[in-house]
Design a protein around this ligand. Sequence first.
Ligand SMILES: [Zn+2]
Length: 297
Amino acid sequence: MKITCSFLMTLLLCQGALADLNVFVCEPEWQSLLSELGGSHLRITTASTAAQDPHYLQAKPSLIAAIRDADLLVCSGAQLEVGWLPLLLRRSGNAAIQPGSPGHVLAAMLVRRIEVPQSVDRRQGDIHPEGNPHVHLNPANVRRIAQVLGDRLAQLDPANSNDYNIYQTDFLSRWDKASARWRMAAKPLTGIRVMVHHTSFSYLIDWLKLNRLADLEPKPGLPPSAAHLASLLSAYSVNPPIAILRTPYSSARSSKWLAQRLNSRMLELPYTVGGGGTADLFEVFDRTIEMLLKVST
Ligand SMILES: [Zn+2]
């Protein structure tokens, strides 16, 4: 977005408005990816942190203000943000980022989604009616999304398309090298037995071919009940998982109860950028594999 600085605006305000595109992202993983793809051409507002559950965010006035000025919106989609994003979009009065416009990108719609239910009954607590939306934990998905986003930046801001092309090529080259390194490093993880609190790690588990025994949530979004945890304890007490995985925003209580009784490890993985002190998507994968290797040996 081009902004002309009037003489009434302070130098500071003008400096803050120098970016060429205002971008609104729902989750930190997309902030990290867009920083790689857009550099200083973008001013990015991120709606959530790694410590916040992206399923249940508050549509705060500060977010409405940010989305109002956005040229591009990037969220996971597949109904991950269904509880709060539609309200923000309605309140924004911003045609550029409404569904169907080039400024509205849902990452989960760009990749093959897994765990798409045959039929959905929200009364049963399933909050993933369009399949699993936590798509960023497979490097191949990130690659595909980076291709689309890089092209979209060039389309929305043609004056800087040359830069966007250079950033995209550079990112994809570094990402491919890192992906090959991760695959090699993670070989010993094939088949390790894990449980998960929520289905946050399904793409990671799929990619690394871990053996996911069960979820602590009876259905995605339905809190672990005492009866469900007791049934897991009974079913896996003889051959327990080596670890029970959860995100930084998931409560540790159920994992702790079960891990103590099964003699399994509790593992809070970074999940997204900022989790476990990670600074970017590369570090999320580095740290995740490192932590899994540590508990598996
Ligand atoms: Zn979810």
